[in-house]
Structure formats: structure tokens, C-alpha cells
Design a protein around this ligand. Structure first.
Ligand code: ADP
Length: 602
């Protein structure tokens, strides 16, 4: 059976590939992050620029109207009537110095129509403007033309950057002088803090006049044409006649500008791109980390899924294994079942065979039993027959001698013996048929005497000494009168056979012991004793060690059967001193009335 293929393992290499595929996701992130931070920065810088421009614009506006107002002051106008008048000059100088102090302007001064300075707020300074000619400055020319003048320029004496506002002083339609207010712009630069963003103010020429970076000052942010160059040479607004170009890298700076139309200035704020780049890269790093975490999580989930699938596959495999085992076991059981069925059939068959064989055996057994019975009959009847013959012979002799009483005695013996023979035949039949008479109380000693009497002649011939050790009191046992005599007769005949094999002295011992169950009758002889084989088989029918004329091997078999029928037992053994020792275990019985058993007549 083939198992389902395992799901492919998610490799870290695959995850890396996935990461590579997902990496482009970071581009839009970068784009949006840049856009966001750029607009953030732009908004912030716009506010800063607005503030700065408002401040600059406010400063300029504050001074814009001042020259026009001052131009109307009679104390100043009076000077134009007598420019050489020392007193007037002095009062004009002082007035201008006072106004300068009050307004915070850098310098305020009055110029004659020729361009010479007549009075100035810094009249008492080393770099006093009084007497100096500024006719080359555009603000002079513009004011002389009757218009308000505006100009940015570096102070020729002070070397300070300034914004100049000029206004004509009129007498009717005629311009009699010019009033100029110079505003210091150096301070506006100082306002700028030490931030990464840079400030830059360019004039009409595109030249940087104010910047938070000193090296950018007075450099041209665009190319200057000839007219502009000529104007610069003439007006001298910068410390140099030819400003060096300033090339700002558009990629490195984010530039926002605001124009101050009236002043002709452009204020710009320059933010280094790095500011955005740094934030964008931080965002990218966070995004990348999140992506990585996502991937790891994905990897982890895939791994868990793989484990789960593996477990399912394992369970399925185990289940399948179990099913296979169960199927195998079932097959085995089925095979076993078939075998069992076959065996049962065979058994039935065998049983039928057996029944048939048994029938045959029974048939054979019947024949055997018939043989056994006829053998037993002849065996058991031979002894009384011999005795009858001997009594009959004797009776003939006694009659010849007219000994009628003795002859009658013999005849009575013959009669008793024939009665006994009838009884024996009846018992043999009972033995063959397994017939059984209910046991009754029988006195042991008289039965023993009877059996001994039957064998008395032979015993005497063999000179066998009988040693009796029996109690005087009658021992009552459960037995049948004839059956007990039959057993005792057999055992005593065997003992005589055994001692006959030996030379005298020949002895037979008879003793009895009363036990809890009944009486044990012990029969011992000093013959050769049982051989090993005889001890094992003597009770079987037809076992004999004697010649065919002497023995049939039925004696002990009959004794055994009779004893069992009486509820007793026959034990065969050898005495330690030699010879056989046979024990008859008889069950005890209450003393009976009759010494003659009714079974004798059955
Ligand atoms: P049988 O006397 O016709 O041989 P039994 O059944 O009476 O048949 O005895 C069987 C055998 O047991 C005898 O052949 C003999 O070998 C043995 N046996 C019986 N009684 C004695 C005894 N008292 N001493 C020795 N052997 C005995």
C-alpha cells in the first residue's frame, strides 16, 4: 500500500526568494515616505521662510517711507539754501543723528544734487559720509530723476551690507537734494540659527547678498549678462566686480523661495536632502523589519502547517498500518477458522470412525468377555469339582467299609460344594455383567476359615505353617459372603502357589488391624514375592507368570473387581523381609445376624 506523499518542506531559501519578491513593496513605501517627509519639511520650511520674509519685509517697510518724511523737514531743507553754512550743517547733522538713533537705521544722510553728501548721521564718526560722493549709486540717480530709489550694496567704507532707500528733496518741481536711509542687513543674517536648513537672499542679479553660509555670499546663482556685469562694475554693490558662480546641487538641496517684489529680492530656504533621506531610510528600515517579521511569521505559520500536515500524515499512516494489521489478523483468523472448520469436520469424521470402531470393539469385547467368562468358570469350578470327586471317591470307599455316617458326611460335603459351585457360577455371571449385590455385614473370621478349609489339604501337602494373628472378637466388614470367600480363596491359593516354589520352611501369615474406616486384613507369605512386572500388571486379566495349566491370570483381576464392588481395596506389595504382602482394605460394618449370606442362594 502506498502512502500519500508528504507535503514539501518550506525551505528558508524559498522564504529568502519570497523576501526578494516582496522587496519591491519597499519602493512604494519609499516613494510615499519621501513624499510625506518632503511635504512635511516643505511645510515647516515654508513657515520658517514666511517668518523670515515677514521680518525682512517688515524691516524694509519700516524704513521705506522714512526718506520721504525726512525730506519735508524744514531744518534739512534749509541746508540746501546755504549748503556751506556750518551752523545749518551742524544742526542737520545732529537732527539726522537723532532720527537715526530713534529709528534704528544704520545711516541717514543728505546729498546735494551733484552727489556729494552734505550732512550725515555719522558726521562725527571716522567713516563719516560728509563730503563723500555717492553719485555712482543707482539710488542717487533714481531719486535725482524724482523717483524713490532702492538699492542693495556693500558699504564702501563700512564694508557692511545695507539696503538703501532714497527720496528726492524737492523745491516745487525741482529736485534740490536727496535723502538717503541705509538699513543694516547684516543683523538679519545673524537671526538665523545654527540649523541644517540654510538661508539665502539673492538680489535682482541673482547674486547672494544674505546667507547663513559665509562662503555663498556675493556669489552668482545664475549667469550674468553683460549689462548686468557693467551695472555691477558701475554700482559696486558687491565687494567684487565679478561674482563667482554658485552651483548648488539640486539633488542635495530642497529649495523653497519667496520673492520680495518691491525690494527686488528673493529669499530662499535650502534644506539638505539628507534630512528627508534619513527619515525615509528609518521608515524603510522599519518597513523592512516589519516585512521581515511578517515573513518570519509566515515561515513560522508554514512550519506549523507542515508539522500539522506531518502529524495528519503520521496519523493516517498509523491508521493504515493498523488497518493492514487488522486485515492481516482477520485473514489469519479466517484461515484459522477454515482450519478449525476442517478440523471439526475431520473430528466428526473421526468420531464416526471411532463410533464404528467402538461398535466393532464392543463386538470384539463381547467375544472376549465370553472367553474370559468361560475361562473363569472353568478356573473357579475346578477346585470344588476336584473336592467333590475326592469326597465322592471317599464316600465309595466308606460305603464299602459300611461307614455309613462318614459316607453321609461326605455326601453332605458334596451337596454343600455343589451349592457353592452354583453360587460361584452366579457370581461369575455377575462379574461378567458387572452385576452388583448390595454389600452386607459379613463376619471376617468364619469366611477366612471357610477359604482355608477349601485349601487345607493342599496346605498340609506342602507343609505350610499358618501363622494367625487375628482378634477373637468377630470382625464385621461390608461384603458379600461368597464374594469375600472367593477373594480370600484366590489370595490364599496364590500364596500356596508362591510358597510352593520354595523349599520349606513355608509360611503364611494372617493378621488384621482395625482402622478408622474398617478392617485391614494382611496376608503375607514367604514365597518369592511379586516381580517388578507382576506388581505393575498382576491386576490385569490374564496376566500370569505361571504355566497355562497352572494359572489363567484371572484370580487377582476378579479379586480387584469384587473388592471395588464392595467398596474396599486390594493392595499388592512385597514384605521387606521377602515374600508377598497383600492388604485387603475392607469397610467396617455393624454386627450382622446371619453368618450365611442370602446371596449364596441367588
Ligand atoms: P494365576 O494365579 O492364574 O497366575 P492370578 O491373577 O491369581 O493368576 O495371579 C497373577 C500373578 O500374580 C501370578 O501369576 C503370580 O505371578 C503373581 N502372584 C499372585 N499371588 C502371588 C504371591 N502370593 N506371591 C508371588 N506372586 C504372586
Amino acid at each position: 500500500m502506498t502512502l500519500p506523499p508528504m507535503p514539501p518542506r518550506p525551505r528558508w531559501r524559498n522564504l529568502a526568494l519570497l523576501a526578494l519578491l516582496l522587496a519591491p513593496l519597499l519602493w512604494p513605501l519609499q516613494y510615499f515616505a519621501e513624499r510625506y517627509y518632503r511635504s512635511e519639511l516643505a511645510e515647516q520650511n515654508r513657515q520658517t521662510l514666511d517668518l523670515y520674509v515677514a521680518n525682512l519685509f517688515g524691516t524694509l517697510r519700516r524704513y521705506e517711507v522714512l526718506p520721504n518724511i525726512l525730506a519735508d523737514l524744514p531744518a534739512l531743507r534749509a541746508l540746501f539754501a546755504a549748503p556751506e553754512d556750518a551752523a545749518r550743517r551742524d544742526s542737520a547733522n545732529r537732527l539726522l543723528a537723532r532720527v537715526r538713533g530713534e529709528t534704528g537705521a544704520d545711516v541717514i544722510y543728505l546729498m546735494g544734487p551733484a552727489g556729494t553728501t552734505l550732512a550725515s548721521s555719522n558726521w562725527d564718526q571716522v567713516d563719516s559720509f560728509v563730503g563723500r560722493d555717492f553719485s555712482y549709486r543707482p539710488y542717487f540717480r533714481e531719486a535725482l530723476a524724482g523717483k524713490p530709489g532702492r538699492f542693495f550694496g556693500l558699504g564702501t567704507t563700512s564694508r557692511k551690507r545695507g539696503y538703501f532707500f532714497s527720496s528726492p528733496v524737492r523745491d516745487g518741481e525741482r529736485v534740490i537734494g536727496i535723502l538717503v536711509v541705509k538699513v543694516d542687513l547684516d543683523d538679519s543674517e545673524a537671526l538665523w540659527g545654527n540649523t541644517p536648513e540654510q538661508l539665502m537672499v539673492t538680489d535682482r542679479n541673482g547674486v547672494v547678498i544674505i546667507s547663513s553660509r559665509a562662503e555663498w555670499r556675493f556669489r552668482a546663482t545664475r549667469a550674468l549678462d553683460n549689462a548686468e556685469r557693467a551695472a555691477i562694475a558701475a554700482n559696486q554693490p558687491y565687494p567684487t566686480q565679478a561674482p563667482t558662480p554658485l552651483r548648488l546641487d539640486g539633488d542635495a538641496w530642497l529649495i523653497q523661495s519667496r520673492e520680495l517684489q518691491e525690494a527686488g529680492l528673493t529669499a530662499s530656504i535650502l534644506a539638505p536632502r539628507q534630512l528627508i533621506d534619513r527619515q525615509v531610510s528609518t521608515t524603510l528600515a522599519v518597513g523592512g523589519a516589519a516585512l521581515l517579521a511578517l515573513l518570519l511569521l509566515l515561515g513560522l505559520l508554514l512550519q506549523r502547517r507542515r508539522h500539522y500536515l506531518e502529524r495528519i500524515a503520521f496519523d493516517a499512516r498509523a491508521r493504515r498500518d493498523l488497518e493492514i494489521r487488522v486485515a492481516e489478523r482477520t485473514r489469519d483468523l479466517e484461515t484459522l477458522n477454515h482450519r478449525l472448520k476442517d478440523e471439526v469436520l475431520e473430528r466428526e469424521h473421526t468420531q464416526q470412525e471411532l463410533v464404528r470402531t467402538q461398535d466393532e470393539l464392543v463386538q470384539a469385547g463381547k467375544l472376549t468377555a465370553l472367553g474370559t467368562m468361560s475361562a473363569s468358570i472353568s478356573h473357579e469350578l475346578n477346585q470344588p469339582l476336584a473336592a467333590i470327586r475326592s469326597y465322592a471317591d471317599n464316600a465309595g470307599v466308606l460305603l464299602d467299609h459300611q461307614r455309613l455316617d462318614d459316607a453321609r458326611g461326605n455326601l453332605r460335603q458334596i451337596s454343600e460344594l455343589t451349592g457353592r459351585m452354583a453360587s460361584i457360577i452366579a457370581h461369575l455371571r455377575a462379574f461378567a455383567r458387572r452385576d452388583r449385590h448390595a454389600p452386607e455385614s459379613v463376619a471376617l473370621q468364619p469366611a477366612l476359615d471357610d477359604a482355608l478349609a477349601l485349601l487345607a489339604k493342599r496346605r498340609r501337602a506342602l507343609e505350610v505353617e499358618l501363622i494367625r494373628d487375628l482378634p477373637d472378637a468377630t470382625l464385621w466388614v461390608q461384603a458379600g459372603e461368597t464374594r469375600l470367600r472367593q477373594v480370600l480363596g484366590n489370595l490364599l491359593a496364590n500364596a500356596l502357589d508362591a510358597v510352593a516354589e520354595k523349599a520349606p520352611p513355608r509360611r503364611i501369615w494372617l493378621s488384621a488391624e482395625v482402622t478408622a474406616e474398617g478392617v485391614n486384613l494382611l496376608l503375607r507369605d514367604n514365597g518369592p514375592g511379586f516381580s517388578e512386572q507382576a506388581l505393575r500388571h498382576a491386576r490385569e486379566p490374564f496376566f500370569t507368570t505361571k504355566t497355562s495349566t497352572q494359572g489363567l491370570g484371572l484370580g487377582l483381576a476378579i479379586c480387584e473387581t469384587l473388592m471395588r464392588a464392595l467398596g474396599g481395596e486390594l493392595l499388592l506389595a512385597n514384605h521387606p523381609a521377602g515374600g508377598a504382602l497383600i492388604t485387603l482394605q475392607l469397610r467396617g460394618a455393624a454386627p450382622g445376624a446371619n453368618l450365611q449370606s442370602p446371596e449364596e442362594f441367588s
